[in-house]
Design a protein around this ligand. Structure first.
Ligand code: SF4
Length: 391
């Protein structure tokens, strides 16, 4: 198998993501976190390039600014409304990281022997007799001129720092040490130091991997490769949801998340077929509403007639009972009311004949005028039916 540490790490995180990325070679949109990491790494590489002098801090910042501008255009933003604010936040964060890093790690104080060093090693699985190839890049290799110790440095833009114990067992650093030993076999393990540089904290943590630990790292790498090969035979690459799903570009097609995206898309853009269905359903409901209204009127008449014939005010059925009540309501002869209100300049307050507004207006009128209006009202009986559901 031809693979890399990042592919193995992807498999450990989520076999399905490995399948999408490494086997099906699917591409994902460029996320801002990814672009940020790439641009900061390229600025750090530039910082340690001598031509003939190391670049000054403002040259590094100019380089970073230029690279950011070019790369930011290719970012696919998750939230377009927050695009500008996020872009600014990441850009400024990069400047801060680089300034702090430069102040603590002025390039002329280090002896960087290789930058973005490419490696390729062969690992033999003695159980099966197969040889696997692992390739990758090491961000920086320094050589301390006093102690002759080589230091492998990997820059990290993430926040989380591992414990010293975890670092000594770190598979990525173990692999980098194996790669360096592979290049210079005479180099004893104690002359290779590995470090992770956490840019957000401006802190470096280091470890030395003994020969024993390197052998163990080889064994762990081979175990992961065997597991991948088994999955390739069975075709089973199950999704493993976790916090890293937040940064996974395959969410829209991953069975663990795709439904959420489908729903969102449907809500945002109903298609033609869906609109046609909605129109048909709208008419259907309207028709049912009309039919129901008509039928309710007929039922009302049947019930009222029965109540009048039997002289009862409440009838009972299996779902509940219906009560008849008789109240009083005024109706107004508006053509008669209008001249009075017009004379008083109040007709516009009614706008159109509106009994409710007229009733609100009445108490504000002079007694004589109020009497005149009240004489235009007529009392009528109003019958209402109220249904109550059985408890
Ligand atoms: S979204 Fe999560 S579960 Fe799905 S492929 Fe990505 S990492 Fe795996």
């Amino acid at each position: 198998m031809h693979t890399s540490y990042s592919a193995l790490d992807t498999f450990k995180t989520c076999p399905l993501k490995y399948k999408y990325q490494e086997i099906e070679k699917r591409k994902t949109p460029k996320r801002v976190e990814q672009v940020f990491g790439t641009v900061v790494h390229s600025a750090l590489k530039y910082m340690f390039l001598r031509d003939p002098l190391y670049p000054a801090l403002d040259e590094v910042i100019n380089f970073y600014t230029q690279k950011w501008k070019e790369a930011a255009e290719k970012i696919e933003w998750k939230n377009l409304e927050r695009k500008e604010a996020q872009e600014k936040m990441y850009f400024e964060e990069g400047i801060k990281l680089l300034e702090n890093f430069y102040k603590k790690n002025s390039p002329w104080n280090f002896n960087a022997v290789e930058l973005e060093s490419r490696f390729q090693i062969n690992l033999e699985d003695t159980d099966t007799g197969t040889t696997h190839t692992l390739a990758g890049f090491i961000d920086r290799i320094d050589k301390d001129p006093t102690s002759d110790v080589y230091e492998i440095i990997d820059y990290k833009t993430g926040k989380k720092m591992p414990s010293q114990e975890m670092l000594e067992d770190d598979l990525q650093l173990g692999l980098y040490s194996i790669a360096l030993k592979d290049r210079w076999p005479a180099l004893p393990a104690n002359r290779i130091q590995t470090s992770l540089y956490f840019l957000k904290h401006n802190e470096k943590i280091s470890a030395v991997h003994s020969d024993e630990k390197l052998e163990r790292a080889k064994g762990r790498i081979l175990t992961i490769i065997k597991e991948i090969e088994k999955r390739m035979e069975s075709g089973l690459f199950e999704p493993t949801p976790g916090p890293l799903c937040n940064w996974c570009g395959f969410r829209p097609i991953c069975p663990m998340w795709s439904h959420e995206y489908k729903n969102k898309e449907e809500r945002q853009a109903p298609d033609e077929a869906e609109v046609a269905q909605a129109i048909a359903e709208f008419f259907e409901i309207k028709q049912t509403e009309e039919t129901n209204k008509k039928r309710l009127g007929q039922l009302r008449n049947i019930i009222l007639t029965y109540m009048e014939n039997t002289a009862v005010a409440r009838v009972f059925g299996s779902p509940g009972y219906i009560t008849k009540s008789v109240g009083e309501r005024f109706t107004w002869e508006m053509s008669q009311v209008k001249p009075t209100l017009e004379r008083l300049g109040k007709w516009s307050g009614i706008l159109e004949p509106n009994p409710k507004k007229l009733e609100e207006l009445l108490p504000t009128l002079p007694d004589k005028d109020r009497e005149e209006i009240l004489s235009a009202r007529e009392k009528k009986s109003v019958v209402t039916l109220k249904q109550t559901k059985k408890k």
